[in-house]
Ligand binder design. Structure first.
Ligand code: SF4
Ligand code: SF4
Ligand code: SF4
Length: 505
């Protein structure tokens, strides 16, 4: 009984439950803004594909990403254990598969047999790496750790909050959140047809780990002398890696189910022995691989042939404080959504096409939804790749005039919509909320004639571009709700040498 409880399969399940809980807690902690000391980006930093792709785009490895060496070396020794023991995306897909697929043994064997479409992930990986080598990081679109972090940040947690009302003071909203939720649900639903469809066919991290576990030191092996070809080892195989025949080590997720399911005690994990089965090499069509690389090479200049925030500054692409210059930002941001999740005002939103196709789901600030809190630097603390560099509050707000504050843009008045400027209505909201000291907004008292012929003194607001940091609270609080009378654009941002006003007062 105890031996059965302590089977490798059950130990794996315990680890999987622990890592899934850890992932949920770490992403959740960012909701409570109490992440001091916690490694909230741990899973992203462990991800070898994040490290490899950001290395290819920037030729540097951001400090936290050195942790991914643990997974790289571990995979070369123990096989693709990450997929069934640690990866929250793999574990959630496995749970979804177990719920959907209550099948007869014969159908389970059919479902868990190897299929040639499982090669597709290697071609996807090749495409992403070619694009990264050219300088555009798109792995975050399908890399499971950024994928699931983003899905939790912009759809799962807001949905849970909607029903429970417990996490946030205010219900968070995200542009395109429904699309991200729909993609996530579709991926989970795919398990209804093929167990772990995502992991077996699409996952570029699975492909990278598959390459690394091509010849692992420790591996699953079958004692051919004991095996009676009952195929029970295939029934619950996570990797669809043919454990009953010549095992495909690159597909094997070391789930240990075959060992527990074999009635003849013919399946083992460890150093292969003389009596063990032979292993099948990686199933990749070299011609298709070359075609994919050529496709990436052709696609890259096409992606660059459109105007993006990298080629010409876009007023709507306001990045979080501490962001590096736009070109480097797009080379580093993996679209994980950690910064969106942690922002207390919900101002950080996933971009749609504002920053071009390359910038899809990267963070931009939408002041209609929130504003950048003056004393907050949280987003700079969670970014795993250095797209947003760590800030201190002192560095962010500066000490004018000696030490300049960090600017993310400048606010402009739309005088045709501003109440004191055009509607003969008193309003000082923007000046009251402006957090800088001295305030960036100042007034000029102007006596104006009203419609009935009487006169009245109004305070007309003006902007001091030297003092404005672009926090956007004035835009967010402006009583002209649909299109505020004061709006922030990215010009003047500290991170750019060129996105500046060429004439100054
Ligand atoms: S620094 Fe500003 S943008 Fe970043 S998390 Fe804080 S409030 Fe949000
Ligand atoms: S900028 Fe935001 S979305 Fe991009 S890598 Fe950093 S935390 Fe993730
Ligand atoms: S954006 Fe508005 S509130 Fe913020 S510093 Fe500039 S003027 Fe003040």
């Amino acid at each position: 009984m105890i031996k059965k409880l302590l089977s490798l399969k059950n130990i794996r399940r315990l680890y999987a439950a622990f890592f899934l809980a850890l992932f949920v807690i770490l992403v959740g902690i960012t909701s409570f803004r109490s992440m001091k000391g916690y490694q909230v980006s741990l899973f992203l930093e462990l991800d070898p594909l994040v490290a490899l792709s950001s290395f290819l785009t920037s030729w540097t490895v951001y400090k936290g990403l050195a942790l991914s060496l643990i997974i790289i070396v571990g995979t070369m020794v123990f096989g693709r254990f990450f997929c069934s023991w640690i990866c929250p995306m793999g574990i959630i897909n496995q749970i979804a598969g177990s719920i959907f697929n209550k099948l007869r043994a014969v159908d389970l064997i059919k479902m868990n047999a190897y299929r040639t479409i499982y090669r597709f992930k290697y071609y996807g990986l090749a495409l992403f790496l070619v694009l990264a080598a050219f300088g555009t990081i798109q792995t975050g679109l399908l890399d499971p750790i950024p994928f699931i972090t983003r899905a939790f940040a912009v759809s799962v947690y807001p949905a849970v909050n909607y029903w429970s009302g417990g996490f946030y003071l205010k219900q968070p909203v995200f542009q395109g959140g429904f699309l991200l939720a729909a993609i996530f649900i579709t991926v989970l639903f795919a398990n209804r047809f093929i167990n772990r469809f995502w992991c077996r066919s699409l996952c570029p991290l699975g492909a990278l780990l598959g390459l690394l576990s091509f010849r692992p030191i420790m591996q699953i092996w079958r004692d051919t002398a004991k095996c009676n070809d009952c195929m029970k080892c295939v029934q619950n195989c996570h990797g669809a890696c043919d454990p009953h025949a010549s095992l495909r080590t690159s597909e094997c997720m070391v789930c240990m189910n075959c060992i527990s399911d074999c009635p003849e005690n013919a399946m083992h994990y460890g150093l292969p022995k003389n009596a063990s089965s032979v292993h099948t090499p990686l199933d990749v069509n070299r011609r298709r691989l070359i075609e994919t690389a050529v496709f990436g090479t052709v696609m890259f200049p096409m992606m660059r042939s459109v105007i993006t925030s990298k080629t010409a500054a876009q007023h709507s692409v306001i990045r979080p404080p501490g962001s590096i210059a736009e070109g480097d930002f797009l080379r580093r941001c993996i679209k994980c959504g950690e910064c969106m999740k942690v922002c207390p005002t919900n101002v950080i939103q996933p971009a749609l096409l504002e920053a071009g196709f390359e910038g899809i789901w990267t963070p931009i600030l939408l002041n209609k939804i929130g504003y950048c809190e003056y004393n907050c630097v949280l987003c700079s603390r969670v970014c795993p790749t250095g797209a947003i560099t760590p800030l201190t509050v002192e560095k962010k707000i500066g000490k004018p005039p000696a030490q300049k504050p960090l600017k993310i843009g400048i606010a402009f008045y739309d005088r045709g919509r501003c109440l004191p400027w055009s509607m003969h209505t008193e309003c000082i909201v923007c000046e009251e909320v402006c957090p800088t000291s001295p305030k960036a907004i100042w007034f000029q008292d102007v006596e104006m004639q009203l419609r009935d012929g009487t006169t009245k003194v109004f305070k007309r607001p003006y902007m001091d571009p030297e003092l404005c940091i672009g926090c956007g609270i004035c835009e967010n609080k402006c009583p002209v709700r649909d299109k505020p009378a004061v709006r922030v654009t990215s010009i003047g941002e500290t991170r750019s040498l060129t996105n500046q006003m060429s004439l100054k007062s």
